[in-house]
Write a protein of this length. Structure first.
Length: 83
């Protein structure tokens, strides 16, 4: 079961790196994919073991920030032409 949960989380992380959609939206879309499958005991167990958004959001945002850096917060943080 843990391997399947890890696969779902890896898919979420991959989408966070590759897409510009909001991270909560990506999380919800991946959960909807699981809910749209044939509902059986295995699907039920998988859904129960998926972490909540709040428990995995830091991981997802860290994946996004690997490719898209945070915006500067002060004027001193802005670098123009290497100056």
């Amino acid at each position: 079961m843990q391997l399947r949960v890890d696969d779902v989380l890896q898919c979420m992380k991959s989408r966070c790196k590759d897409e510009l959609a909001a991270i909560p939206t990506i999380y919800e879309e991946e959960l909807l994919k699981l809910r749209d499958r044939e509902w059986n005991y295995d699907t039920h167990q998988l859904i129960e073991h998926i972490p909540t958004f709040y428990s995995c959001k830091d991981q997802l945002y860290n994946e996004r920030h690997k490719l898209i850096p945070a915006l500067p917060t002060t004027v001193e943080d802005i670098i123009v032409d290497g100056e």
